[in-house]
Design a protein around this ligand. Structure first.
Ligand code: PRP
Length: 207
């Protein structure tokens, strides 16, 4: 399965802003939020719907609403910035935070917060993390989600490296991956190049 890349002109515009090292944290957050909304629109465009008859001010109309329960699983810290824009699209979604940081020496994810409930899964879990580098964090999140038991998962990122996409697809072939850009490579420190640096630090102004 290929990753789906959002080609929207506004995605290109906001990608240019988040890649720019001179972009301030407030501008960075704002553009990352717009990118999150654009990629979430694409990732959710085929969500299952069911018919609902409503009374308009004039008559009745057969309309369609979301048929499945949705859970957002933001990976801390950088995934936090994606929550609000996706909640604006799906206000009824549950939000389950997952704390992972990447060990600087090994580039492996270290879990530090996980309150995913056992036994009350949503139908569809949207895992949110702007960066998909080695794929270690995404795979650990998807493993947690699997233990949680959501029927379907979707991984929503903003910038991805081919290595990370391949790793996710190898371990979770049924999980579609959405992103706004697939960059060329990872450097020796496992950072995406050209990338945008450390998303968490730029979002929260902790450089
Ligand atoms: C970054 C990023 C992803 C992860 C991607 O987080 O936000 O969560 O690394 O790398 P991977 O695909 O190789 O696992 P980081 O560990 O820097 O934590 P932070 O969000 O708290 O800054």
């Amino acid at each position: 399965m290929e990753a789906t890349v959002v080609e929207h002109a506004l995605a290109q515009h906001h990608l240019s802003i988040v890649r720019d090292r001179q972009t301030s944290p407030p501008q960075f957050r704002h553009s990352l939020e717009q990118l999150s909304m654009l990629v979430a629109c694409e990732a959710t465009k085929d969500l299952e719907l069911h018919e609902v008859r409503v009374h308009t001010p004039l008559t009745t109309a057969v309309t369609r609403r979301l048929a499945r329960s949705i859970g957002l699983v933001p990976i801390l810290r950088a995934g936090i910035v994606m929550v609000e824009p996706v909640l604006n699209l799906i206000p009824e979604a549950e939000v389950w935070h997952l704390g992972l940081y990447r060990d600087e020496a090994t580039a492996r994810p270290v879990p530090y917060y996980n309150k995913l409930p056992a036994g009350s899964p949503v139908d569809i879990a949207l895992v949110l993390d702007p960066m998909l580098a080695t794929g270690g964090s995404a795979c650990m999140a998807l493993e947690s989600k699997q233990a949680w038991g959501a029927r379907q998962t979707v991984l929503i990122s903003v910038i991805a490296a081919p290595e990370g996409i391949d790793r996710v697809h190898l371990q979770f072939p049924d999980t579609p991956v959405y992103t706004c850009a697939i960059d060329g490579e990872l450097n020796d420190d496992k950072f995406i190049v050209p990338g945008l640096g450390d998303a968490g630090d730029r979002v929260f102004n902790t450089m």
